[in-house]
Design a binder for this molecule. Structure first.
Ligand code: PLP
Length: 400
């Protein structure tokens, strides 16, 4: 109980993760705890361990840790690399900054390609660095797929091509923590060695699980990798997973939710899930453009389907604006991080989001601008509505 008056209706959680959890998933998790060494668990374990592979488009192993995404970062680095190894990273935004900081703390040597935080990783620059590395000192290329702080998506297929063109043997690691089940991700086809993701974004689950897809090459590297690890060691996990079990007590409730989430994604169709994200992202960008504002992502090639980071007009604080929206319309927007703190806010359109959810969110933003005295043009929501109506598949099909 708080002394705050009750706020009717639901809270609009429009941050780029954690995202609202659908009723079906909530219901699937409200079950009694089960014996994690028993047959019933084994069935659940097998179901989620094989089901999650389809989301990563891999035939290989996907490890599920009871950790947030950061734990999977650590596992990815410590299982494949040795102290002093050089890793090539690209500073696409705040999450790339944090990943590089972790690499340094673990005793690795990140070589960081800077950006202005307004694009994804540039494959050409990566290729140039790799070509120059004649003695193959770089052991891994690490790129954030969907940079949640900026709303920029890196084209992983291009990064793979760049690595192949340079004939460089480094591992390719990617963080798709906010990209999984939002943007296409082909772990096997794109030759990614380690892909890490989290439960609380496109997978529509509460925070608490991380996923790590591993290639055969990464598995091989783990046999000689010298960084220390114990709890996060892949070998114990994989040995137990081969029977559907875990080496320690698994997060059984979240795994029930995961089974439901995988079912829901398959029922909608993974490609349809991506198309829905693209469409809602485009509607959001049209609103931003009609307001006369800019997105942090400055090049359409890198637009994120999961999150749009909006730049505030000069002299207007994004966090003061977010507070006005929260106080008046019960909606949480994402804050600007690090160098864009106060200068930008983020609209999440990932996970269990539909047309009216995003239109409700955009309406709250447009009204918030009005209340906060933020200079803008009217008609952002109208522009988004027109786009959504124009691209409404079922209605068009019925009218035809
Ligand atoms: N990487 C990206 C791209 C993220 O969006 C986040 C969290 O939002 C993280 C890493 C850190 O993940 P977690 O907070 O689940 O540990």
């Amino acid at each position: 109980m708080t002394n705050e008056p009750r706020r009717p209706g639901r809270h609009f959680l429009q941050i780029p993760g954690p995202t609202p959890v659908p009723e079906r998933i909530l219901a699937s998790m409200s079950r009694q705890i089960l014996d994690h060494r028993g047959l019933e668990f084994q069935q659940l374990g097998r179901r989620v361990l094989s089901g999650i592979k389809t989301i990563f488009k891999t035939q290989g192993h996907v490890i599920i840790y009871p950790s947030s995404g950061t734990g999977a970062w650590e596992a990815g680095l410590t299982n494949t690399l040795s102290p002093g190894d050089k890793v090539l990273m690209c500073e696409t935004g705040q999450f790339a900054v944090l990943w590089a900081a972790m690499a340094t703390k673990l005793g690795l040597k990140p070589d960081v390609i800077p950006t202005d935080w307004r694009i994804g990783a540039d494959a050409n620059l990566i290729e140039r660095k790799l070509r120059a590395d004649k003695s193959h000192e770089i052991k891994a290329v690490c790129v954030v797929h969907n940079e949640t702080s900026t709303g920029c998506l890196t084209r992983l297929d291009e990064i793979r091509k760049a690595m192949d063109a340079a004939h460089h043997p480094a591992l390719l690691m990617t963080d798709t923590i906010s990209g999984l089940a939002c943007a296409d991700l082909r772990h096997d086809e794109w030759g990614i060695d380690v892909t890490v993701a989290g439960s609380q974004k496109g997978m529509m689950l509460p925070p608490g699980l991380s996923f790590t897809a591993i290639s055969a090459k990464a598995l091989e590297a783990s046999k000689t990798a010298g960084l220390r690890r114990s709890y996060f060691s892949w070998d114990d996990m994989l040995a137990n997973n081969s029977n559907g079990f875990f080496p320690y007590t698994p997060a059984t409730g979240l795994l029930y939710g995961l089974a439901e989430s995988i079912d829901m994604i398959n029922e909608e169709g993974l490609e349809n899930v991506f198309a829905r994200h693209e469409r809602l992202a485009e509607a959001t960008r049209r609103a931003v453009k009609a307001w006369g504002l800019d997105t942090q992502c400055r090049d359409g090639k890198y637009y994120s389907p999961a999150v749009t980071t909006v730049l505030m007009p000069e002299g207007h604080n994004a966090d003061a604006f977010r507070k006005i929206v929260l106080d008046n319309f019960n909606m949480s927007l994402g804050t600007g991080l690090n160098r864009i703190a106060g200068k930008a806010f983020r609209i999440g359109h990932l996970g269990d989001t539909n047309e009216l959810t995003i239109l409700g969110a955009l309406t709250g933003v447009e009204m918030g601008f009005e209340l906060a005295g933020v200079p803008h043009k009217k008609g952002g929501v109208a522009a988004a509505m027109s786009y959504i109506a124009e691209t409404a598949g079922p209605a068009k099909a019925a009218a035809a």
